[in-house]
Design a protein around this ligand. Structure first.
Ligand SMILES: Nc1nc(=O)c2c([nH]1)NC[C@@H]1CN(c3ccc(C(=O)N[C@@H](CCC(=O)O)C(=O)O)cc3)C=[N+]21
Length: 283
């Protein structure tokens, strides 16, 4: 008998969407409808799916969504030109360039070209800097969505040992910063960490963002810990997280499932960022 709380990302995302929908409706009545433009380069099937989730979510809350599909062979200047055009289009509040981009295009250059106040992914250096300094600006959707789950389930962060496995610019690093902002004691572990388990066993909040199916096992987890699984691994056994759910669930106080955990919150936060970008630029 386990009384582990399943942290239901779909449910929280739905609540968040209802709140966003209200505000969008009010703005629309005033003649301002928030708009998100997604640029998709090439035909990566996973990217196509994620982009379709984003478009459907926009529709649910009344945000205008626009998809620009560009061929994989497009050159960098052309792509940058497209971004510049969107930077100047007043009806576009959020610009999202779906990653990964083809190898011949410099991702960093593309991200740096997006106007920071339209950067709804929160990847631009100005937004990263703002997050580091005082928590202002637009923030990366996945870690911000995770904070939203923690808040809505009233999981205390202050004073807790938070351990993150993974140091990407998109998840691990901003996650650490957000937890630090809320007064957790933060450890970032990664592929070169020695004695990983020594760290993870101390975690009151453990965030797994490694990209390896079922990497975190029950022996690595402290009893009563809160487990956040960022992994989306498509395997021959189906869609798996970075956490071995069945075993870890028995020890955890709370855990996010995959699917239905962090993923839906990433999308809901993208909507929230688009609304925020709209309000701050022309609200
Ligand atoms: N510029 C950019 N911004 C992104 O935010 C971005 C990106 N590029 N590239 C790819 C990743 C991945 N990503 C996900 C979004 C939603 C789910 C999601 O909704 N997952 C569901 C369904 C999972 C499934 O069946 O695929 C779930 O976990 O329940 C997953 C992953 C956003 N990404």
């Amino acid at each position: 008998m386990s009384q582990t709380k399943i942290l239901d990302g779909r449910k929280v995302a739905k609540e968040l969407e209802a709140e966003i929908g209200q505000v969008v409706e009010n703005l629309t009545k005033q003649g301002i409808t928030p708009g998100l433009t997604v640029i998709l380069v090439g035909d990566n099937p996973a990217s196509e799916i994620y982009v379709s989730y984003k478009e459907k979510a926009c529709k649910r809350v009344g945000i205008n969504s626009n998809l620009i599909k560009l061929p994989a062979e497009i050159n960098e200047e052309e792509l940058l030109g497209e971004v510049e055009r969107l930077n100047q289009d007043d009806s576009v509040d959020g610009i999202l360039v779906q990653l990964p981009l083809p190898e011949h295009i410099d991702e960093e250059k593309v991200i740096n070209t997006i106007r920071a106040d339209k950067d709804v992914d929160g990847f631009h250096p100005i937004n990263i800097g703002k997050l580091m300094i005082n928590g202002s600006g637009l923030h990366s959707c996945t870690p911000r969505g995770i904070m939203e789950i923690l808040h809505r389930y009233e999981i205390e962060v202050e004073g807790k040992n938070a351990v993150i496995i993974g140091r990407s610019n998109i998840v691990g690093k901003p996650m650490a910063q957000m937890l630090l902002q809320e007064n957790a004691t933060v450890t970032i572990c990664h592929s070169r960490t020695k004695d990983l388990k020594e760290h993870t066993l101390k975690a009151d909040i453990l965030v797994a963002a490694v990209g390896r199916a079922e990497f975190v096992t029950a022996d690595m987890v402290k009893k009563g810990a809160v487990i956040i699984d960022v992994g989306i691994n498509r395997t021959e056994n189906g869609l798996l997280g970075d956490v071995e759910f069945k075993g870890v669930k028995e020890k955890a106080a709370a855990i996010t499932p995959v699917p239905g955990g962090v993923g839906p919150m990433t999308i809901a936060t993208l909507l929230k960022n688009t609304l925020k970008a709209c309000q701050e630029r022309r609200g």
